[in-house]
Design a protein around this ligand. Structure first.
Ligand SMILES: [Ca+2]
Length: 202
């Protein structure tokens, strides 16, 4: 019984630490929560080895689960509210692409997150409004209205969008698309509103 409990606790601790390492690789802001979770694992492991094993085992599980949930839900995600204006149609879809790296900016293959928004379902007065839940970090957005419904941003032969589009911060194109620095913003724990005016170049 004692050996089985020891193995179970070791397995739970190993899982927790591996889970924390995965989080650490995914999101640098997880470090404080990760350290906290690892401390919980180590403290309860010490208790388990010296006193009441079953109590420590249950405490380990409870605190480990609590630490993970606390890490994810309370400290590490924020609400990004995207409000769009300037759309001339109340039907069709808007596509939002989220980037969190200058190196990935405007790459079709390296989008951090994306969302297809049905305009009819997201109308809030004259605005199209949607919410994204994202890890706390820096982001930049591109938005376009898919006028022909093919799911892609149509461009002309030199790459200029033929469908209404916009960037976060309402960054303006000048001799090329806006740079990441012009479109980037920081999502913190408080909900953040990005009010974006859709533009049509042609
Ligand atoms: Ca299109």
């Amino acid at each position: 019984m004692f050996r089985m409990c020891c193995k179970t606790v070791v397995y739970c601790k190993k899982y927790l630490l591996e889970h924390c390492n995965t989080l650490l690789l995914r999101e640098r802001r997880l470090i404080p929560g990760t350290i906290w979770a690892m401390l919980v694992a180590d403290i309860t492991w010490s208790i388990a080895m010296s006193k009441n094993l079953v109590t420590a085992f249950l405490l380990n599980l409870f605190l480990g689960m609590f630490a993970s949930q606390w890490t994810f839900a309370d400290d590490l995600t924020g609400i990004l509210i995207v409000e769009l204006s300037g759309l001339k149609d109340a039907t069709g879809d808007v596509y939002i692409a989220v980037y969190n790296s200058e190196d990935d900016w405007l790459s079709e293959d390296a989008v951090f997150a994306s969302e297809k928004v049905a305009i009819a379902d997201a109308l809030d007065g004259e605005l199209v409004r949607t919410e994204l839940q994202l890890p706390l970090d820096d982001y930049a957005l591109t938005v376009f209205y898919d006028a022909d419904g093919d799911g892609e941003l149509n461009t002309n032969f030199i790459g200029i969008p033929k469908e209404p589009f916009a960037m976060s911060n309402n960054a303006v194109a000048k001799f090329g698309p806006p740079k990441y620095d012009e479109a980037v913003f920081t999502l913190g724990a408080e909900p953040l509103i990005q009010h974006i005016v859709i533009q049509t170049l042609e």
